[in-house]
Design a protein. Structure first.
Length: 138
């Protein structure tokens, strides 16, 4: 018997500081062959799903999804409580927004087209923690 945990919410407390959100995982014993990550470790589809949900919340509240990410940006790790030695996520958001022309987008779903095709723009954050790595030196 083996144990497989798809920790899809694992990156959430590292990325976002949202006091009224709790991320939990529950394991269930199943009588099936052991699984493994599909396409990527659990944090990858987990951060994608979280990004989609935050886009939808932002639209429903009349907010810019990028502003929602900025407002809830974590400066300390939500699990350890320790400050990050480096985290340049806000600068990445700014650089990406500039590169894609985020300020010129139409925020309503199904409102942007490229010829006959619908074009949708959302924003999400993806990360994968590599625990146990040694610090980089110049």
């Amino acid at each position: 018997m083996s144990t497989f945990v798809e920790a899809a919410g694992g990156a959430t407390p590292m990325l976002f500081d949202i006091p009224n959100v709790a991320v939990t995982h529950t394991l269930a014993r199943l009588d099936v062959p052991s699984s493994t990550a599909m396409r990527a470790p659990g944090e990858a589809p987990g951060t994608y799903a979280l990004g989609c949900a935050l886009d939808e919340v932002a639209y429903a509240c009349g907010l810019d999804p990028l502003d929602v990410l900025r407002r809830n940006h974590a400066t300390v790790d939500g699990e350890s409580g320790l400050p990050f030695s480096s985290k340049h996520l806000l600068a990445c958001y700014d650089r990406g927004a500039e590169a894609f022309g985020w300020s010129r987008r139409t925020p309503a779903p199904r409102s942007m087209r490229d010829g006959d095709e619908l074009v949708g723009w959302g924003v999400a954050t993806a990360t994968y923690r590599r625990c146990g790595r040694r610090p980089r030196r110049a």
